[in-house]
Design a protein around this ligand. Structure first.
Ligand code: FES
Length: 282
C-alpha cells in the first residue's frame, strides 16, 4: 500500500468521524428543548386555563380581602370596557446582538465538516493523479551517456549483457538493426538502443535476464523472450512492452510514461536461445 493510499484512507476516516460527531451532536441538541421553549410551554398552559400570566398572585390577594357590604343607589351605569391604548414598542436588534443559536452553530459545523471533507478529498485526488515531473517511474528518466551504455552492454565474447535501470524499471538492450521489423518506426529505438519494460506481459512478474540463453525468462509461468524482447514461448500474449526513447544530446532519455505494446513477432530479430535456459528447456 503506497503512502498516498494510506493518507487517503486516513483523511477519509477522519472526515467521516467529524461528520458523524457533528451529526450526533446536532441530533442530541434537537431532542433537548431550549429554556425559552419551556417558558413558552408554561405560559401556554396558563393561557389554556384562562389565567393570564402575572394575574395569579393578584387573584389570590383579592380572594383574601373580606367582602364589604355596598348599597347601590339609583340606576347603575352600564359597564363599558375602557379602551386599551398601550403604545406598541418595536425594538430592532442586529444579527450580532441576537447571537447564534446552538442549533444554527451545529448546522454550520456540520456543513463545514462536509465541505472540508470534500475539499481535502479533492486535493488528495489531485495530488494522487498529478503526473510526476521530477524523475522516477512514470516520467522521463535519464539513463546516461549512450556511448557508455553501449560499452557496458557489449561483452568480449560477442554476447550482450543488458543494462537494468531500476528507476525506469527497464532493461536497455541493443537494437542496431531494426529495418523491416515492427520496431522500425515506433520511436522505441534511439541510436541503436531500446528500453524494455521489466514487467512480464502475462501476469506482471519482473522478468530477469538469462546470460546463457541470451533472453528474458519469466520464473513465474515460464514465458520467454529473446534479446529484443520478442515473444518466444510460454503464456505471454505479446512481446515485452517497451518505452519511447530519445537521444538527447548523446544521453538516452527513457519516457516511462509512454509504454508501447507490440504483437508477438512472427519473424524474430535475434536468435534465441543461444545456450542453456535458466528456467528449463527452451
Ligand atoms: S507472469 Fe511471466 S509468465 Fe506469467
Amino acid at each position: 500500500m503506497t503512502t498516498t493510499v494510506i493518507m487517503l484512507l486516513l483523511v477519509g476516516a477522519l472526515s467521516i468521524f467529524f461528520v458523524l460527531a457533528g451529526l450526533l451532536l446536532f441530533l442530541r441538541q434537537k431532542s433537548k428543548p431550549e429554556p425559552w421553549m419551556t417558558k413558552l410551554d408554561a405560559d401556554a398552559q396558563r393561557l389554556d386555563r384562562g389565567v393570564p400570566a402575572g394575574v395569579v398572585a393578584a387573584t389570590k390577594a383579592a380572594q383574601e380581602v373580606e367582602p364589604v357590604a355596598t348599597e347601590i343607589v339609583g340606576t347603575p351605569e352600564p359597564l363599558v370596557p375602557a379602551p386599551i391604548n398601550m403604545p406598541r414598542q418595536v425594538v430592532e436588534i442586529s444579527a450580532s446582538e441576537a447571537g447564534v443559536s446552538r442549533r444554527m452553530f451545529f448546522t454550520r459545523a456540520l456543513a463545514g465538516s462536509f465541505f472540508s471533507y470534500l475539499g481535502v478529498l479533492g486535493l488528495a485526488s489531485l495530488a494522487f493523479s498529478w503526473p510526476k515531473v521530477s524523475g522516477g517511474f512514470g516520467s522521463d528518466v535519464d539513463a546516461g551517456p549512450i556511448a557508455e551504455i553501449k560499452a557496458t552492454i557489449s561483452q568480449a565474447d560477442g554476447s550482450i549483457l543488458p543494462v537494468f535501470l531500476p528507476e525506469a524499471r527497464a532493461w536497455i538492450v541493443p537494437a542496431a538493426e531494426t529495418a523491416g521489423t515492427q520496431f522500425e518506426d515506433n520511436f522505441t529505438v534511439a541510436d541503436g538502443l531500446m528500453a524494455l519494460w521489466q514487467k512480464c506481459v502475462h501476469l506482471g512478474c519482473s522478468v530477469p535476464w538469462c546470460q546463457t540463453s541470451q533472453g528474458f525468462e519469466c520464473p513465474c509461468h515460464g514465458s520467454k523472450y529473446n534479446g529484443f524482447g520478442e515473444y518466444q514461448a510460454g503464456p505471454a500474449p505479446r512481446n515485452l512492452d517497451r518505452f519511447v526513447v530519445e537521444d538527447k544530446a548523446g544521453r538516452l532519455l527513457i519516457k516511462t510514461g509512454q509504454p508501447i505494446e507490440t504483437e508477438r513477432a512472427v519473424a524474430k530479430s535475434v536468435k534465441y536461445p543461444q545456450g542453456p535456459s535458466c528456467i528449463g528447456a527452451a
